[in-house]
Design a protein around this ligand. Structure first.
Ligand SMILES: C[S@@+](CC[C@H](N)C(=O)[O-])C[C@H]1O[C@@H](n2cnc3c(N)ncnc32)[C@H](O)[C@@H]1O
Length: 425
């Protein structure tokens, strides 16, 4: 990766100029300016693409400027301080801190300690660490109020679920990754993952969660939260592909969770009939959440995708954030389970990250994508893939898969990866 080239003054000028233009847009359109103070309503995130682009550039430049200003000794030292932010989240999540505190109310360290059955000294110190990370404020000594960030944690159930998955499922495995990599170098096996090591498991994580409906629902909600992150919204898929031109079409969403993408797709395209496939507990939760008006065109089916695809002759087999859960050898196995069901011309659509070559993205974006890649490694010895790796996956699965294209709709962070089935005689 080349060294970032921009000087501190260049970065500072860009931040000043973009921030001022962003501020002007918000003021002109009567949108509340960013603040750490909580409010009753969530601040709407939707701004035109050009404006969100200015904001994004300022965030990326601030990240680069910060690292340059703290210097080579500061970068590793700050990494330690940043990791304590996850400790704060774990403290807030597991102790349900602030859950019954309205955005405009206050409580005290004593009350929090009593409700959480914790010591007062521990509580006060952990709360002050959380406050240093912008979760909660201390308007007067010993008095606690929400900040915008702590209020978001307790008032947005999808964000809350994502934090739960982060601190209770993913965090301890991250601390065991190095050990797992030494024990099983370059392993592609999910049971040899840091996740299994840290959780003392000898089964696929999804199979373990299946026996715990609350864990299944929390994971589905966490996925739903990720869909709301800028660039990850399912709208990029729903609007970024010409589904209308397919005419009457059957669409199978394999590993489709509780159907959050399919619901949007079916609402927009009356020509499409959908089947969502997932494991039984997820399917059960999905059925319960399906809007009544879609019941005729959207159905749920329990299906284990390691077995042969039972829906034959569909027009599209769709996988969103499924292949990144599995190594190459398992992804090939998964693709092959489709083959007996595929009619000539059937499409396989994958909605997943496509990693650009190293050094193309800003260091901020690079950090996010590489973190996701390593999170998948930690979870099941899986990975995020580049365009070349996607093409290779289809080629290895079967020469009948004709790799089409990787399309990244403007503003999207996950790509639409397409292949068509054209069997070799
Ligand atoms: C990372 S999530 C993605 C969910 C959904 N496609 C989305 O974008 O939100 C992976 C999904 O695969 C499902 N899954 C895992 N193992 C499966 C299996 N053997 N058969 C079917 N679905 C499975 C999980 O239950 C989960 O819903």
């Amino acid at each position: 990766m080349p060294y970032p080239q921009r000087s501190i003054t260049e970065l500072a000028d860009l931040i000043a100029s973009n921030t001022s233009r962003y501020n002007d847009y918000l003021v002109t359109n009567g949108i509340a300016l960013p603040t750490h103070a909580p409010s009753e309503k969530e601040i709407p995130a939707d701004v035109p693409e050009k404006i969100s682009g200015l904001r994004q550039q300022a965030i990326e430049a601030s990240h680069e400027l910060h690292e340059l200003l703290i210097g080579p000794m500061g970068v590793p030292f700050t990494a330690y301080a940043r990791s304590t932010c996850v400790m704060s989240l774990q403290f807030i999540y597991t102790n349900k801190i602030g859950q019954n505190l309205a955005w405009n109310e206050t409580t005290t360290f004593e009350e929090i300690a009593k409700e959480s059955k914790l010591g007062l000294d521990d509580t006060t110190r952990m709360m002050r660490l959380a406050m240093a990370n912008y979760f909660f404020a201390e308007p007067q000594p010993g008095v606690v109020a929400h900040t915008a960030a702590s209020h978001a944690i307790v008032s947005n159930p999808l964000l809350n679920a994502w934090i739960g998955v982060t601190v209770e499922e993913n965090w301890s495995p991250m601390l065991r990754l190095n050990e797992a990599m030494h024990k099983w170098p370059d392993s592609e096996e999910p049971l040899q993952s840091a996740y299994c090591l840290a959780h003392g498991m000898n089964e696929m994580p999804f199979d373990v969660w299946e026996r715990d409906p609350a864990r299944v629902q929390r994971f589905a909600s966490a996925m739903n939260f990720l869909h709301s992150d800028s660039g990850f919204q399912p709208q990029f898929m729903v609007n970024g592909y010409d589904f209308a031109s397919l005419g009457e079409a059957l669409f199978v969403d394999v590993g489709g969770s509780t159907g959050h993408v399919i619901i949007m797709l079916a609402q927009k395209y009356p020509n499409i009939t959908c089947i969502v496939q997932d494991l039984p507990a997820t399917v059960k939760a999905g059925k319960e959440q399906l809007p009544k008006e879609l019941e005729e065109r959207v159905s749920f089916m329990s299906h284990d995708f390691w077995t042969e695809q039972p829906v034959k002759g569909a027009d599209i087999y769709y996988f969103r954030w499924v292949f990144h859960d599995w190594s190459d050898s398992l992804s090939i196995k998964l693709l092959r389970q489709l083959i007996p069901a595929l009619k000539p011309g059937a499409r396989v659509l994958i909605n997943d990250i496509c990693i650009p070559p190293a050094g193309v993205m800003s260091s901020y974006q690079e950090q996010r994508i590489r973190s996701l890649d390593i999170l998948m490694k930690t979870f099941t010895n899986a990975k995020e893939r580049s365009a070349k790796e996607w093409a290779a996956l289809f080629a290895k699965a079967d020469p009948g898969f004709k790799f089409g294209r990787v399309h990244l709709p403007a503003g999207a962070k996950i790509a639409i990866i397409e292949a068509k089935w054209n069997p070799v005689e």
